[in-house]
Write a protein that binds this ligand. Structure first.
Ligand code: PSU
Ligand code: MN
Length: 300
């Protein structure tokens, strides 16, 4: 694993660092907007006074912290793989390049000593899980990785109540940021309740310290930060296009790793780009908050 000089120096000096994932860039957003977003997210982290550490695997080397050219590779290289934790060893052994999911990113970031991570929406339990056992590896990794993930909940293409149940079973702590309702990714609320509510980055950092002080399972902390209501996707449009997308995925037999990118892209097209704007608003807000939490964490 190679940690960039800037990230390594910040970590050694106890300065705030925020990990960013790369699958959202390679598989979650359309080109050429994805490169702009990758650069913008790093700028948002810097504005919050933290150092960004985008995570990926390049030519078989797991990387924490990328430069501009490397970000460009993630955004434009054709055939880039999508790597969860279990894919890291084969990619390394075979010298391949790939973007890391929440699962792959959490693992590598935590190994490097980065404690705070920002993304859009987590993976989780897919609809139809009673027949197709598709549950994102994000959940299992977060149940055994000591990292704080700031996200707008889990992707609304999923079975959200089932995903919340799995997070409970797997002992992953979930707190709402200034909300009593679990966010709905593109939507301000999923309509599901969340057990814990915090109001400040300092409270998030205090929970992180309490996790460490208690010891026990090395679980994550999920800080669920809703997209502002005025920037959310219109819920009716969301429900209609998502229903179409789920039907299209079934008709075309899209499954496994391909289903999440397929549905995200379907929503972008079916909503005339509105889902993309809501997705970006969510990721920007999460990235900003992650910077603030990282600062509160290192200040403690
Ligand atoms: N959040 C986004 N867009 C994305 C993802 C998250 O706003 O594309 C990615 C993350 O990398 C997440 C992955 O880990 O989707 C989940 O994929 P799967 O359902 O195949 O585990
Ligand atoms: Mn899956």
């Amino acid at each position: 694993m190679r940690v960039s000089d800037e990230v390594a120096e910040a970590l050694a000096a106890g300065r705030p660092v925020v990990a960013l994932e790369s699958t959202i860039i390679s598989h979650g957003l359309p080109q050429p907007r994805n490169l702009e977003v990758a650069v913008e997210l790093e700028d948002i982290v810097r504005q919050a006074g933290a150092v960004p550490a985008t995570v990926a695997v390049l030519d078989g080397v797991p990387r924490v912290g990328l430069d501009k050219d490397e970000l460009e590779r993630i955004a434009t290289e054709p055939g880039l793989r999508k790597l969860g934790f279990r894919d890291l060893a084969p990619a390394a052994a075979l010298g391949l390049s790939g973007a890391t999911t929440v699962s792959g990113t959490s693992f590598l970031a935590a190994r490097a000593g980065v404690r705070v991570f920002a993304t859009g929406g987590l993976g989780g339990v897919h609809r139809g899980w009673t027949t197709v056992q598709d549950e994102s590896a994000d959940i299992d990794t977060l149940s055994r990785t000591r990292i704080t993930v700031v996200c707008a909940g889990v992707k609304s293409i999923l079975d959200v109540p089932a995903t919340l149940q799995r997070l409970e079973t797997k002992q992953v702590t979930v707190v709402g940021y200034r909300t009593d309702e679990f966010p709905g990714f593109y939507l301000h609320s999923s309509g599901e309740p969340v057990d814990w509510r915090i109001e400040t980055p300092r409270e998030a950092a205090a929970i992180m310290r309490a996790q460490d002080a208690l010891g026990g399972l090395e679980t994550a902390l999920i800080v669920a930060n809703p997209v502002p209501a005025d920037l959310q996707l219109d819920p009716e449009l969301h429900d209609r296009v998502l229903a179409e997308g789920l039907r299209a995925a079934e008709e075309r037999g899209v499954t496994g790793q391909a289903i999440t990118p397929f549905l995200l892209e379907y929503l972008v097209e079916g909503t005339g780009g509105a889902s993309l704007e809501a997705n970006l608003a969510a990721v920007r807000g999460n990235t900003r908050l992650a910077g603030e939490i990282a600062a509160a964490w290192t200040a403690g």
